[in-house]
Design a protein around this ligand. Structure first.
Ligand SMILES: NC(=O)c1ccc[n+]([C@@H]2O[C@H](COP(=O)([O-])OP(=O)(O)OC[C@H]3O[C@@H](n4cnc5c(N)ncnc54)[C@H](OP(=O)(O)O)[C@@H]3O)[C@@H](O)[C@H]2O)c1
Length: 315
């Protein structure tokens, strides 16, 4: 496997269609904010479920080339770790629990892998609901989708120290049974008092019924990728969002049908609607801070958020 000797510090984005992501525009502006204009971003596209060798090649490039600093990994988080686990000197506890990594970085010559999703989805959720949300409201959480980001969100809540920050009930609804089994196996090893339901379903009409049974102020998440990666929404336009509840769409671009369905009930059912922009910001800034070794203070995060907003609004 050939290692390319980079002439400039390089941060990789390992994904599928990396050129289309907003990060390609945002990254150079963030490097300017950070005084690190010497660092460039480079997309590294792999096919979905690519050959293990392809993942090992990407990891080797970072491990052995001094100016290849690290990477953010999407889509291939599990496959990459399965293919290249032996190449890492350290994996963080979330990577060990979930069997996936979203961050590759180097420290003192050691190659490190981190699963940042429980932190980044958690930071986003905390910003949406504030403290003691479940103690205050008695709401539950319903997640359409039981993939990596849905499980990460569950882990974040399960790790909350204060009971008022943990829901009594968290329900996963997923199209394939396999993902539910995987989630159940992982969660069964945790010591948690959250009651977890695992429902196999892909019929939107049934999803409407599941959603209608939620208590008021519950949180409904679209973690299926529907409305961006695939067309449609997990629910129909007849589906009733929880009264005074929260609808959280994990994506921020695409058709976002689920988001629009929820927005249609802002007045009639007092639904608060959130998209995935903040999740995107937290996801990227956490990994960049890990790779470039800087302290992501609240003031710095705010600055980076403002810079990203200029790209989002097209200005
Ligand atoms: N804003 C951000 O920065 C951010 C961060 C993380 C994730 N996301 C987005 O969130 C979405 C999920 O990410 P992920 O990493 O969790 O993906 P993932 O691991 O592929 O999980 C998606 C899950 O949704 C399930 N699903 C698909 N259609 C369904 C339906 N109609 N009903 C029920 N379940 C359905 C899939 O089931 P199968 O097993 O049947 O395929 C899969 O388990 C993606 O679109 C991603 O772009 C955004």
């Amino acid at each position: 496997m050939e290692i390319i000797e980079k002439k400039q510090p390089t941060f990789y984005f390992i994904g599928v269609t990396t050129k289309q992501s907003s990060i390609m525009k945002v990254f150079p502006l963030w490097m300017r904010d950070l005084g690190r204009e010497d660092v460039v971003i480079e997309g590294w596209d792999c096919k979905i479920h690519d050959e293990p060798e392809k993942y090992r090649e990407a990891v080797a490039q970072i491990k052995f080339d001094p100016l290849s600093l690290g990477a953010l990994v999407t889509t291939h988080k599990i496959d990459l770790l399965n293919a290249a686990r032996d190449m890492f000197d350290y994996l963080d506890p979330y990577a060990e629990i979930t069997g996936e990594i979203s961050s590759i970085s180097k420290r003192d010559g050691r190659l490190e892998g981190h699963a940042k999703d429980p932190i980044t989805s958690g930071l986003s959720l905390d910003a949406i609901i504030g403290e003691d949300y479940f103690g205050r409201t008695g709401g539950e959480v319903l997640s359409f989708g039981a993939g990596g980001s849905a499980i990460a969100t569950f882990l974040h809540l399960a790790n909350k120290q204060d009971k008022a920050d943990r829901p009594d009930v968290f329900t996963f609804v997923n199209r394939s049974q396999g993902r539910l089994d995987h989630a159940q196996e992982m969660i069964s090893k945790l010591d948690t008092d959250i009651r977890v339901n695992y429902i196999q379903n892909s019929d939107p009409a049934v999803n409407n019924q599941i959603m209608a049974k939620l208590p008021p102020k519950s949180i409904v998440i679209n973690a299926t990728g529907m409305g961006k990666d695939t067309p449609g929404s997990p629910v129909t336009w007849d589906g009733l969002f929880p009264q005074d509840g929260i609808a959280w769409e994990f994506n921020y671009r695409g058709e976002l049908d689920f988001l629009h369905q929820a927005r249609a009930q802002v007045d009639s059912r007092n639904v608060t609607v959130e998209d995935g922009w903040l999740y995107f910001i937290h996801g990227w800034t956490q990994v960049i801070a890990q790779v470039l070794h800087f302290d992501l203070t609240p003031a710095l995060l705010e600055k980076l958020e403002q810079t990203a907003e200029t790209v989002r609004s097209g200005s």
